[in-house]
Design a protein around this ligand. Structure first.
Ligand SMILES: Cc1cc2nc3c(=O)[nH]c(=O)nc-3n(C[C@H](O)[C@H](O)[C@H](O)COP(=O)(O)OP(=O)(O)OC[C@H]3O[C@@H](n4cnc5c(N)ncnc54)[C@H](O)[C@@H]3O)c2cc1C
Ligand code: FES
Length: 253
């Protein structure tokens, strides 16, 4: 984990409220899918706390990395004003990444702010010769961000209103396909992660989720991101022991 200044390369709007931010990134700090960074995103000295974002890509050859962010509040509003060449105060890579997967056809679910890390995971495994299925869910056609995917990725789009792709969310799509035979990987709204965990229990397949709790320090010092687990220690920190967890160790309320 290092804190340093990097340079913005591109800050591209990819849907009405999603942006893809690309920046220089040192080769020796290679982030994998699941790792995150925190950014100091000040607009008139506010907000003070750094904001966490998952990597959506890393290009070792060109020393560049990217993330996909949704415009939400003050921090992400400040990020929308970033222009190429500008300095970016970053800390990372942080947390743990998704472990390698034995299956040739892992199923990867993403939604909302979980889009970036799941696009990265699908591309990472596709580049290794796997054929991952990537299921990305959005409210409606107009909110679907444009993302770059490896040819080996089998992309399924779902929309809540049926305006594009499967009508419903990612979990209903999977249920419509019959028994789930492959490991599940997910990042997105809590309700989706819980449903994904329940599906994995039903079909007895492994399930790994990346959690996106509110964070203060982002480096394991404040306990602000602790979540309940079914382990003797009762709590784990999303920023340090996570953000990726095997779903069956988490307490799902
Ligand atoms: C490990 C990790 C990885 C993340 N990766 C991404 C990513 O790849 N892309 C992305 O767009 N966002 C990601 N997030 C969420 C992102 O950090 C927040 O959206 C961001 O901090 C909001 O900052 P803000 O100042 O714009 O909004 P704020 O003004 O702080 O908040 C605006 C609204 O967003 C809600 N919010 C803030 N943080 C979170 C959060 N962590 N989870 C759910 N709701 C939140 C607040 O409750 C509030 O309603 C990630 C969070 C974590 C912990
Ligand atoms: S955010 Fe401080 S310990 Fe995780």
């Amino acid at each position: 984990m290092d804190q340093f200044i990097t340079k913005v390369l591109q800050n591209k709007k990819i849907s009405p409220d999603y942006y893809e931010l690309s920046f220089t990134w040192p080769r020796n700090l290679a982030p994998k899918a699941g790792h995150f960074l925190t950014i100091r995103t000040l607009l008139n000295d506010d907000p003070i706390l750094r904001r966490p974002f998952a990597f959506s890509a890393f290009d070792k050859q060109n020393s560049t990395a990217s993330l996909i962010y949704q415009l939400r509040g003050k921090g992400t509003k400040a990020m929308t004003t970033l222009v190429p060449g500008e300095d970016l105060d970053v800390l990372g890579p942080l947390g743990g990444c998704f472990s390698d997967c034995d299956s040739h056809h892992p199923i990867i679910l993403g939604g909302g702010i979980g889009t970036g890390p799941m696009v990265y995971l699908a591309n990472q495994w596709a580049a290794q010769g796997k054929s991952p299925q990537l299921i990305l869910g959005y409210r409606s056609k107009q909110w679907i961000p444009q993302v770059e995917l490896h040819d080996n990725v089998d992309l399924i789009i779902t929309t809540d209103d049926g305006s594009q792709g499967f009508h419903g969310h990612g979990i209903s799509y999977l249920q419509s396909q019959g028994a789930v035979k492959y490991p599940l990987y997910a990042c997105g709204p809590q309700v989706m992660l819980k449903a994904c965990h329940e599906l994995s229990e039903k079909y007895q397949v492994p399930c790994y989720v990346s959690m996106e709790e509110l964070m203060a320090c982002g480096v394991g010092a404040c306990q602000g991101c602790a979540i309940e687990v079914n382990l003797p220690q009762k709590y784990l920190r999303v920023c340090k022991e996570g953000p990726v967890f095997e779903s069956r160790i988490l307490k799902w309320n």
